[in-house]
Write a protein that binds this ligand. Structure first.
Ligand SMILES: [Zn+2]
Length: 408
C-alpha cells in the first residue's frame, strides 16, 4: 500500500520530547527512572492513547502501543532514555517513527493480519545496571543477582533508585511473562558514525550488530619514590597499562582489522608527582561482528595482559561488566528492506552496526531488522547530535513499508 508517514507530525513529536530533560549544557539528560524520564514516559503514554493504540506497560517499565491482529506480533521501537548530556535523536527517532507508522496504518485503515506494536524499552543506555535493562527483562536475559547488587553509573545502588519507582526487582524479572509472541522486531536509529554521510546515502540497512565485551581491569604494582627507585627496579602499574594499551590495539589493528578495542577510563594511584604508580585501574572493551573473533580476542588479550604483568612484576586483575553476542540480521528481513527501499527509490548502503541496540537483545526471541539514518559528522551522545529531516522521512517510510510487508 502506498501510504507515507507524516514528517511534520513526526518532527513535532521529536521536538516536543526533546523539551523534556533539557540540561544547562544545551543537551538532554533523561536517564531511565529519573524525574525527566517519568515526565517523558507520561508524555509518550498520552501520545500512544491519543493515536488510538492500546497502551501497555510491563514490570520493567517498557511501554507499548498495540493494534490487535492475529498471529505473532510485528514490533518496532527503540528507547527514550538518554545518556547524560545527550542528544535528541538517539533512541527517540526509533520510538517516534514506529509510533508514526502505526498512526498512519490506523488512519488509512491499511490492511494487516498480524498485531502491530510500538515499543519503548527502559534504560537502553545502561545508566542503571548494564545496557539494555528493559529489552533484557523483556526477553528474560536478566539475572536476579545483577539487579540486587547492581550499582548505577551515579554511584548509588540500583535498589535505591528502584525504591523511588513503581517497579520492583520481582516486577522486572516477571516482565518476560507479559511478552507476546513476536515475529519480528524492527528498529530505526541514527548511525552514530559517519559511513552513510561519507557515502552520501540516506539509508543504511544493517546486516549485523557487533557483540562486545566490557571489563574493569587493573594492573597492580608497587608505589615507590620516583627519585630513588631505579627504573629497572620499579613495578610501575602505569607502564603496564601503557604497554597493554599499545600492544592490544596493535594486535586488533593487524590481526582483526574492523574489530574495535578501547580503553575509555583510566585512573592511576596514588596519582601524584614523585610517586611511581602503584595501581592503574581502567575500563577495557572490545567489539566485533564475528563471534569467532570475540572468542579469539578474549583469549589473546587477557593472556597478553598476564604476560605484560609478569614481565613487569605486576599483577593483573579484571572483572566482567557485560558482554553481548554479535547478531546477524536474518536474510528474509534484509531482503524485504532492500526491496522496499528500491521501490521507494531511495539509495541505501548495507553496513554493520558497531554500536549495540535493543534489536540485538530482541534477537533471542524474534527476527530483527535495523535501519540507520545518517547523523551529521557521526556525532552522537552529544547535544550536537543532528540529522537531516529528509533522511528521517525516508527511513521512517522504509520502516512503514517493512512493517506492512511483514504484517501480511
Ligand atoms: Zn540508542
Amino acid at each position: 500500500m502506498n501510504i507515507r508517514i507524516n514528517l511534520e507530525r513526526l518532527k513535532d513529536d521529536i521536538e516536543s520530547l526533546a523539551q523534556i530533560g533539557r540540561d544547562p549544557q544545551g543537551g538532554i539528560t533523561r536517564p531511565s527512572f529519573s524525574k525527566a524520564d517519568f515526565e517523558a514516559r507520561d508524555w509518550l503514554k498520552e501520545k500512544i492513547k491519543s493515536a488510538g493504540l492500546m497502551l501497555g506497560e510491563d514490570g520493567a517499565g517498557n511501554i507499548f502501543g498495540r493494534i490487535e491482529g492475529e498471529g505473532k506480533t510485528i514490533m518496532a521501537g527503540s528507547h527514550i532514555d538518554t545518556v547524560i548530556n545527550g542528544g535528541k535523536f538517539d533512541g527517540s527517532v526509533g520510538v517516534l517513527s514506529a509510533l508514526e507508522c502505526l498512526r498512519r496504518i490506523k488512519e488509512e485503515g491499511a490492511a494487516h493480519t498480524r498485531p502491530l506494536e510500538v515499543a519503548s524499552f527502559t534504560d537502553e543506555e545502561g545508566n542503571l545496571v548494564g545496557d539494555f535493562l528493559g529489552s533484557r527483562a523483556f526477553t528474560g536475559l536478566l539475572n536476579r543477582e545483577m539487579l540486587e547488587k547492581g550499582m548505577t553509573q551515579f554511584g548509588t545502588p540500583f535498589s535505591e533508585i528502584l525504591d523511588q519507582t513503581p517497579f520492583t526487582i520481582e516486577s522486572i524479572l516477571e516482565a518476560q511473562t507479559q511478552r507476546p509472541d513476536i515475529e519480528a522486531f524492527l528498529e530505526i536509529h541514527i548511525e552514530q558514525g559517519s559511513v552513510l554521510e561519507t557515502e552520501n546515502k540516506s539509508i543504511g540497512i544493517v546486516d549485523c550488530i557487533a557483540g562486545k565485551h566490557y571489563r574493569w581491569c587493573a594492573f597492580i604494582g608497587k608505589a615507590s619514590h620516583a627519585g630513588t627507585t631505579p627504573l629497572e627496579l620499579r613495578q610501575d602499574a602505569f607502564l603496564g597499562l601503557a604497554d597493554f594499551a599499545l600492544k592490544s590495539t596493535q594486535h586488533v589493528a593487524t590481526e582483526h582489522y574492523g574489530s574495535m578495542v578501547t580503553i575509555g577510563k583510566v585512573s592511576v594511584r596514588p596519582g601524584a608527582f614523585s610517586i611511581v604508580a602503584g595501581q592503574a585501574d581502567f575500563s577495557f572493551e572490545f567489539r566485533s561482528t564475528s563471534k569467532d573473533t570475540l572468542e579469539k580476542l578474549k583469549k589473546h588479550l587477557f593472556s597478553l595482559a598476564e604476560d605484560i604483568a609478569s614481565t613487569r612484576g605486576l599483577r593483573f586483575n579484571s572483572q566482567l561488566v557485560d558482554e553481548t553476542e554479535p547478531v546477524r540480521i536474518p536474510s528474509p528481513i534484509l531482503d524485504i528492506m532492500k526491496e522496499e527501499c528500491a521501490k521507494l527509490g531511495y539509495s541505501s548502503l548495507t553496513l554493520p552496526s558497531g554500536a549495540g541496540h535493543d534489536a540485538q537483545i530482541l534477537a533471542s526471541v524474534a527476527q530483527q531488522g535495523m535501519i540507520f539514518i545518517p547523523c551529521l559528522d557521526g556525532i552522537s551522545h552529544s547535544p550536537l547530535e543532528t540529522i537531516e529531516w529528509e533522511d528521517l522521512e525516508k527511513g521512517a517510510n522504509l520502516l512503514l513499508q517493512t512493517i506492512l510487508r511483514l504484517a501480511g
